[in-house]
Design a protein around this ligand. Structure first.
Ligand code: SF4
Length: 452
């Protein structure tokens, strides 16, 4: 009964006036453009995280860096445990360090506390680099974290880098940009005279080991990774990034800016890639092989694709049989993932009936419009009411999203797949395509829905 009531309420929910242009029904005949790349509407209860959280998503996977949160302890709760990613070496990044600002610090300033925190970290851990994140309250009281960072660098001869990320200073994309600027500070602005035949891999945060999957594929076709930004990132490798021949960008929403800056500063061209789903994995491998390698590299990439595809086809066919005709809803962070997921669902015989992102760009939404059917609901920076309304209206069988979307789906009796930090298995590459199909099958065809 409770579930039916929730569904009825969700269907009746109204889109608030100021949000109407951020939502549309796809129509190929009309110019159904949606507004995007803007700050969230006040009071609309956006699913987006704050600026600081955006910065932390990008920087936290650097495994051997210190991440010091200058602010009240609450901000520091956003830790590795919520935004987990895997490391092949140091586990330092799993700790959380905070200046734990209190009312007295708000009145008299928090710089003294910040200096003492840096002193303590240096004494106890001898780090190579400390990132200091400015949170909301620091933006309000105006602590000069640049000055603290400069004097700590002089005092200790290590890198101490400010991350300008007060939560209210924009939206999640502002945080991505603040993180990218911090990475550029770490690398420095010198071009490298030395160029090696390798690539930098940008915008994969190694949530469940995807960076290693891609690294393995590239190795098999003869291409090395110079630095990983930032999943399984290591400071010593990151500073060598200017030596690479090419940047490949998985999540352009978070690291497209860094790729553009690196092109200007270090003459490294970039391409967008995606290793989510078979179609995009295959295209990306061939694209990278064509640009960085020679004919033999391309041939090796073709052989790898053939071998890996053949290995998974029988199992994939089994899941296609079980999922054909089901309807999917997608709400993820960036445009690239939404686009790859639409293709992945299509490959499984499923139709995407609702798709939205937190930080998609106009060009992402244009691709989404082209590859979805008329009537598909497209949303930018949605809130829980909108997601619930359209899931019910369009009869979605499953929602793919992150930690904040899970309860929305379950409350409505809709299956759910986590494509974000909570999952523990790889969803990238060929094996990831099987893991994804298996998870969708398990959740969509679970007998539990018969009892809801
Ligand atoms: S930075 Fe501001 S919005 Fe972000 S977690 Fe801290 S207090 Fe909240």
């Amino acid at each position: 009964m409770e579930n039916i009531q929730l569904r009825l309420e969700a269907e009746k929910a109204e889109i608030i006036e100021d949000r109407r242009e951020f939502v549309c029904y796809n129509s190929k005949n009309k110019n159904s453009k949606i507004r995007c790349e803007e700050n969230s509407v006040s009071g609309a209860v956006s699913q987006r995280a704050c600026v600081y959280c955006g910065a932390r998503v990008v920087l936290n996977p650097i495994t051997d860096a210190f991440h010091l949160i200058h602010g009240p302890i609450g901000c520091a709760a956003y830790t590795w445990d919520l935004r987990g990613s895997l490391s092949s070496g140091s586990e330092l990044f799993r700790n959380s360090f905070s200046t734990d600002l209190s009312e007295t610090d708000v009145i008299f300033g928090g710089e003294k506390k910040l200096r003492e925190a840096v002193d303590e970290i240096v004494k106890k851990f001898h780090p190579k680099v400390i990132f200091i994140y400015a949170t909301c309250i620091v933006g309000v009281i105006g602590d000069d974290i640049d000055a603290v960072c400069r004097s700590a660098e002089e005092k200790y001869g290590i890198r101490v880098i400010p991350v300008k990320s007060p939560g209210f200073s924009g939206n999640k994309s502002t945080g991505y940009r603040a993180a990218c600027n911090a990475i550029l500070k770490l690398i420095g602005d010198k071009k490298s005279d030395k160029k090696v035949s390798g690539i930098n891999y940008l915008g994969d945060f190694n949530l469940a080991g995807e960076v290693w999957v891609v690294e393995n594929y590239l190795k098999r076709i003869g291409i090395d990774i110079v630095s990983k930004l930032t999943g399984d990132g290591k400071v010593d490798e990151i500073v060598k990034a200017p030596e690479a021949k090419l940047n490949i960008v998985q999540c352009a929403g978070s690291m497209g800016y860094l790729a553009k800056q690196m092109e200007e500063l270090y003459d490294i061209p970039f391409i967008k890639t995606s290793f989510v789903g078979l179609e995009d994995t295959e295209n990306s491998l061939l694209q990278v092989a064509n640009i960085v390698g020679d004919e033999e590299t391309v041939e090796r990439a073709r052989e790898l694709i053939k071998a890996e595809s053949e290995k998974i086809q029988p199992e994939l066919d089994y899941y296609r049989g079980r999922l054909k005709g089901k309807k999917a809803a997608i709400y993820v962070g960036g445009g690239y993932k939404a686009i790859s997921l639409i293709k992945q669902f299509r490959d499984l015989g499923m139709e995407t009936v609702m798709v939205g992102t937190q930080t998609g760009k106009p060009e992402d939404y244009e691709i989404i419009r082209q590859i979805t059917k008329d009537g598909t609901v497209i949303l930018d920076d949605a809130n829980p009411y909108e997601l619930e309304k359209f899931m019910v209206e369009k009869g979605a069988d499953v929602l793919v999203g992150g930690v904040k979307e899970r309860p929305l789906a379950y409350k409505l009796g809709v299956a759910f797949c986590d494509h974000n930090h909570e999952r523990k298995h790889i969803l990238g590459g060929f094996q990831g395509a099987i893991n994804f199909a298996k998870e969708i099958d398990l959740t969509v065809n679970s007998p539990v829905w018969d009892y809801v």
